[in-house]
Design a binder for this molecule. Structure first.
Ligand code: MG
Ligand code: MG
Length: 255
């Protein structure tokens, strides 16, 4: 969406703040022995308590075989994104990493955000994977300037990640957001500077690098949603909804 006025921006900001609170409340429940369906119930409970609507529950992305059945998308270890916490619950183990991704609709405005967090104590390789992925998100955000293109964002992320040798997932990408969960433009996490859609003042987008320890290749599960790495190595994901403004990018999904 393109923001039309200050009031819309304030609503978006409040939506983003609520989603940030939600993700941190869910993240606090992440411990060894916890089943991911518990995290999903918590996410739905918190969103309903806000008086808002879960954006992912019953949402059917273009090309998906059925509506998404949960409030939260989870991604444990080699799952890249879109693990279904209530249909395929996973009991978390010490040393796992888990991606938590959710969206909510506040007064008609949709926001989308995700983090990857450790389960108990994790190894150094997991810590590095998470921290580089988080940094890649901020590098992408910094490139989201009025007049830049989606290719500039992808190029910035790809150039930053390359020296680390991680696989950048190519089949999934960031996207416009605000009126719906997924809107134009698509925002790949790789690309050529100056190519693709031009970013406009007030444009609301979600940037979300997905980095793999090994190959960039992924497998789509028969459940219609879950994506995992082809070599079964770990993957991390971070995402923010931001607004492109003439004063630079503003992160909306923060407390
Ligand atoms: Mg998301
Ligand atoms: Mg997204």
């Amino acid at each position: 969406m393109i923001l039309k006025n200050e009031k819309e921006k304030e609503t978006l900001k409040e939506a983003g703040r609520r989603l940030a609170v939600l993700l941190s409340e869910v993240a606090e429940l992440v411990h060894p022995g916890v089943s991911t369906d518990v995290l999903d119930r918590k996410a739905e409970e918190v969103i309903r308590m806000f008086g808002d609507v879960p954006a992912f529950l019953n949402y059917q992305p273009y090309g998906a075989p059925r509506p998404y059945p949960a409030t939260l998308c989870i991604a444990v270890n080699s799952t890249v994104v879109h693990g279904i916490p209530n249909e395929d619950p996973v009991v978390l183990k010490e040393g796992d990493i888990i991606g938590l991704d959710s969206g909510l609709i506040h007064e008609g405005i949709v926001v989308d955000s995700g983090v990857t967090v450790p389960v108990g104590e994790v190894d150094n390789a997991a810590k590095k994977l998470m921290s580089v992925t988080k940094d890649a998100l901020y590098v992408g955000i910094a490139a989201a300037k009025v007049g830049n293109t989606v290719g500039d964002i992808g190029h910035a992320i790809e150039s930053f990640v390359k020296p680390h040798g991680y696989g950048i997932v190519r089949e999934l990408c960031g996207h416009g957001v605000g009126n719906k969960v997924h809107e134009e433009p698509n925002i790949p996490n790789f690309g050529r500077a100056g190519e693709g859609a031009v970013l406009r003042e007030g444009e609301v987008i979600a940037i979300e690098p997905m980095l793999n320890e090994g190959t960039e290749k992924v497998i789509f599960d028969r459940n219609g949603y879950s994506v995992r790495t082809k070599d079964d190595k770990r993957s991390a994901h971070f995402e923010h909804t931001i607004v492109v403004t003439k004063n630079g990018p503003l992160i909306m999904t923060k407390k």
